[in-house]
Design a protein around this ligand. Structure first.
Ligand SMILES: [Cu+2]
Length: 350
């Protein structure tokens, strides 16, 4: 409601200014142009100064209102670099913004039209053009270069000790797969996908799949200070793995595997302390509009110690065991398990 009132007030102010300008125009005709023009110029010059300070006040107001809604401190190694990059960009562009806006409004006030001074037509100056093209171009190139370096680090090869986890988006949730003891994610085949007992289309003739663990509740467990490489895919349309607390995101594209890696640096428990929020959870959001259930694609990440992770992992059942009848035993060249309609619940991990 207060938002609507503010908008109405702003519109009203503009209407009043417009009407005053219109009235002044008619008055000019009636009472002689020069005298009125001088007064209008003076008024406009002062109004511009008022507008400048109102604008600055608006910036401060936004900052004040939104500052405590910002994300907490970055929880990954790359995130710290990104935050620094954003800070440097804001400082550079902020300085330019304040400098140019101050000069703009000061000139409009200082050099307002008077009877003694007429405007000077300044068409072109090569030297000036060169300066204000080259300097911003160099500054932008430097900012982009740092961005590219960070992008290269994030999407490049992960350290050799990195854990590998697969994150697959589908309408409308995330499927997380751990490679199991062998550390290798087994092969997939989209033709083998069925929602009853093979949500990723794992090829059971590939031995590497037999110890893989699948979590369909979108809960991703990570070890603090241990690099993790995410292998990202999609089962249907384009999604996007958005990890705002870690300042990471990457598209999940059907038919194409994308990757990114990072090292989580703050455990969930520690982040609860930092934010003072006992209900804090790291989130996976879908950052790509993907359909009517897009809003509900919220996964959670638990960053924990190695011991906690090991204890959690020890309780997990392999997807092969969950998807197959209880009597089945993993074997080389195992046959494709038969479809089961009630096995979805069984593979949800606690
Ligand atoms: Cu989405």
């Amino acid at each position: 409601m207060s938002g609507l009132l503010t908008i109405a007030l702003i519109i009203l102010v503009f209407v009043i200014i417009y009407q005053i300008a219109k009235a002044s125009e008619y008055a000019t005709i009636l009472r002689g142009e020069e005298k009125i023009n001088a007064r209008v110029n003076r008024t406009m010059a002062w109004l511009l100064v008022v507008f400048f300070f109102l604008g600055l006040y608006g910036i401060w107001l936004c900052h004040d209102a939104l500052m405590d809604k910002m994300l907490p401190v970055s929880a990954s190694n790359h995130g710290v670099e990104y935050d620094n990059m954003l800070l440097v960009t804001l400082i550079v562009t902020g300085i330019v913004f304040f400098l140019t806006q101050t000069i703009l409004f000061w000139f409009a006030f200082r050099y307002q039209s008077t009877e003694k001074r007429s405007s000077f037509f300044y068409a072109h100056n090569n030297k000036l053009e060169l300066i204000w093209t080259t300097i911003p171009a160099i500054a932008m190139a430097c900012l982009v270069a740092v961005g590219l370096r960070n992008w290269g680090r994030m999407t490049g090869a992960a350290p050799s000790n990195a854990a590998v986890v697969e994150v697959v988006g589908k309408q409308f949730n995330w499927i997380i797969r751990y490679p199991g003891k062998d550390g290798v994610l087994g092969k997939k085949d989209f033709r083998k996908i069925n929602d009853a007992n093979n949500v990723l289309g794992l090829d059971w003739t590939d031995k590497d799949n037999l110890d893989d663990i699948v979590a369909q509740n979108g809960e991703l467990h990570l070890v603090v200070n241990k690099p993790v490489s995410l292998v990202i895919g999609s089962r249907d349309v384009i999604h996007d793995v958005g990890l705002a607390h870690f300042r990471m995101k990457m598209d999940a594209v059907p038919g194409i595997t994308t990757t990114m890696w990072f090292t989580p640096t703050i455990t969930t428990a520690k982040m609860k302390e930092i934010t003072g929020n006992k209900d804090f959870v790291y989130e996976i959001s879908c950052d790509q509009m993907c359909g009517k259930g897009h809003y509900s694609m919220r996964g959670t990440i638990i960053v924990e110690t190695q011991a906690e992770f090991d204890a959690w992992m020890a309780k997990q059942q392999t997807y092969y065991a969950s998807a197959n009848p209880p009597a089945a035993t993993p074997a080389e060249g195992a046959a494709q398990p038969e479809q089961k309609t009630d096995s979805v619940k069984a593979i949800t991990m606690k």
